[in-house]
Design a binder for this molecule. Structure first.
Ligand SMILES: NC(=O)c1ccc[n+]([C@@H]2O[C@H](COP(=O)([O-])OP(=O)(O)OC[C@H]3O[C@@H](n4cnc5c(N)ncnc54)[C@H](OP(=O)(O)O)[C@@H]3O)[C@@H](O)[C@H]2O)c1
Length: 255
């Protein structure tokens, strides 16, 4: 019986790389994003069969379309990767863009976390892997000049850690974890109107590390030694020290 992996945000960057690497491992993939043309060109590259689901995840009907695609398929892996950021002073940033960011980065991730875990319980005898793509931003206390983005990712890391704890208490074999990268070279910056102040890692390196750690069932996955050190320092420093450091880094991105 074929095994499936669903990847949201597969039209670009980290999501497209998850599709390539999981497909090379033999998973049939379900590729989700708004830009169906990009998903169709990705399909041509993939090693195993795939299906395209064109969906806007900022609306409930788009999320429902993805759940419909799970029906009658043996979905073992679900990667919640779709997301985006924005940069600027909170009082000046575009409210509509931020509202959509909350819909995609929080509400869609919340929806899929609940629905996919129920699916794993009911359809897969409690087995499966759910990986939420958060960010190292979600492990830091706050991110001035990228305030909404940091807050959305903090929601994802908090939710994931709590749900993972509950699953472990229930001795469930289901894996729930979050991927928390630092800068990765993708189209993220163009959408967020920023430039990195630290050099990014490749999507290939980020995803191969994430897949290895996901199958080892690590709850919080931080690729790259530099980011692991930064996150540890961020945890050890009091917020009155770490927030100004983060603010300085973010402000530089504004150019
Ligand atoms: N790059 C980084 O430095 C970095 C670091 C930490 C975490 N992350 C996280 O990694 C994830 C992937 O980002 P990326 O770096 O790969 O950026 P990217 O290249 O810009 O890819 C973003 C993906 O999200 C999808 N998406 C955005 N809005 C959507 C919507 N309304 N409905 C459906 N899909 C939507 C996009 O597809 P369409 O536009 O085709 O819909 C695209 O496939 C995000 O959650 C991001 O926050 C990135």
């Amino acid at each position: 019986m074929s095994k499936y992996a669903v990847i949201t945000g597969a039209s670009s960057g980290i999501g497209a790389e998850f599709a390539r690497q999981l497909s090379a491992m033999g998973y049939e993939t379900i590729l989700v994003a708004r830009r169906a043309d990009r998903l169709r060109s990705l399909q041509d590259e993939l090693a195993a069969p795939s299906k395209v689901v064109e969906a806007d995840l900022s609306v409930r009907s788009g999320c429902m379309r993805v759940m419909d695609a799970l029906e009658d398929r043996n979905v073992e892996v679900f990667i919640n990767c779709a997301g985006f950021g924005d940069c600027g002073k909170f009082i000046e940033t575009d409210e509509e863009k931020e509202s959509s960011m909350v819909d995609v980065n929080i509400k869609a991730v919340h929806f899929f976390t609940k629905r996919v875990l129920k699916y794993f319980k009911e359809e897969r005898q409690g087995k499966g892997y759910l990986l939420n793509v958060a960010s190292s931003a979600g492990l830091l206390p706050a991110g001035p000049y990228m305030a909404t983005y940091y807050a959305t990712k903090a929601y994802v890391t908090s939710l994931t850690r709590a749900v993972s704890y509950e699953m472990k208490q229930d001795k469930s074999p289901v894996y729930v974890g979050c991927l928390c990268p630092g800068p990765v070279n993708t189209e993220f910056n163009d959408v967020a109107n920023v430039s990195f102040t630290l050099p990014g890692i490749s999507a290939e390196a980020c995803v191969s590390y994430a897949i290895k750690k996901m199958f080892q069932k690590k709850t919080v996955i931080v690729p790259s030694l530099r980011m692991r050190a930064a996150v540890t320092a961020g945890r050890l420093l009091p917020p009155c020290v770490s927030i100004p450091i983060t603010a300085r880094q973010q402000k530089k991105k504004l150019g």
